[in-house]
Design a protein around this ligand. Structure first.
Ligand code: ATP
Length: 202
């Protein structure tokens, strides 16, 4: 079983990567769904209480609570899917990463998606909101919140890096390649490899 976890700052392209997976018949498990379900189980509206319940779950069941609850969902998705690859969206911390590595061993591949702040701000602006200063400030705050949870450190542990600074089609193609190989086979793809390059590196 190949489990591909994606990690990236807000607006980096995780949702697009999940779309590529779905289009390719690769099931997608969203870690946030665990939290939404827990909100409903407690009679709370996920839209309002998502952030708080994520914190409560970690306090009650440990920092790896969301990962632990996601693992059986990943196994179920693998059984039901057309391929033996599953994409998991929503890793936030190295504790979660360790939990997944423990559960899936070499079958787990962490994929980091990178795009600079300005580009993420522009893309998120196009996704919904206008590109005002308050949105830039909101993105800065979201970045900081995610980094405080451990996202920055998690990015440093990636097995595969995807640089999402080009066209959407170039990004989708890169994701398709990573999904097709998964696991260790993905390693030869050098970080931020230039697809135009003929390998003439020193
Ligand atoms: N290479 C690209 N070129 C143009 N637009 C892009 C590119 N990559 C992503 N986008 C667009 O940027 C927006 C943000 O991407 P996406 O929703 O995948 O980010 P995300 O990492 O899931 O963000 P969040 O964590 O905030 O949900 C989307 O509208 C997406 O279609």
């Amino acid at each position: 079983m190949n489990v591909i976890g994606t990690v990236g700052l807000p607006g980096s392209g995780k949702g697009e990567a999940a779309n590529v997976a779905e289009a390719a018949g690769v099931p997608v498990v969203v870690m946030g769904d665990v939290i939404r379900e827990e909100c409903r189980a407690r009679g709370l509206d996920p839209a309002e209480h998502h952030g708080r319940i994520a914190g409560v779950l970690r306090e009650e069941e440990g920092d790896d609570a969301i990962a632990a609850r996601t693992i059986p969902r990943i196994r179920e998705a693998a059984e039901e899917g057309e391929t033996d690859t599953v994409l998991v969206d929503g890793l936030r911390s190295t504790v979660e990463l360790e939990r997944f590595r423990e559960a899936f061993g070499d079958g787990f591949t962490l994929v980091a998606i990178h795009a600079p702040f300005e580009l993420r701000a522009e893309r998120l602006g196009e996704r919904g909101r206008d590109d005002s200063d308050s949105d830039l400030e909101a993105l800065r705050e979201r970045d900081e919140r995610e980094i405080a949870l451990g996202l920055g450190e998690t990015l440093d542990h990636a097995d595969v890096e995807i640089d999402n600074t080009g066209t959407l089609e170039a990004f989708r193609e890169r994701v398709r390649k990573v999904l097709a190989v998964g696991g260790d086979a993905a390693a030869p793809a050098a970080p931020d490899a230039d697809p135009e390059s003929d390998g003439g590196r020193p």
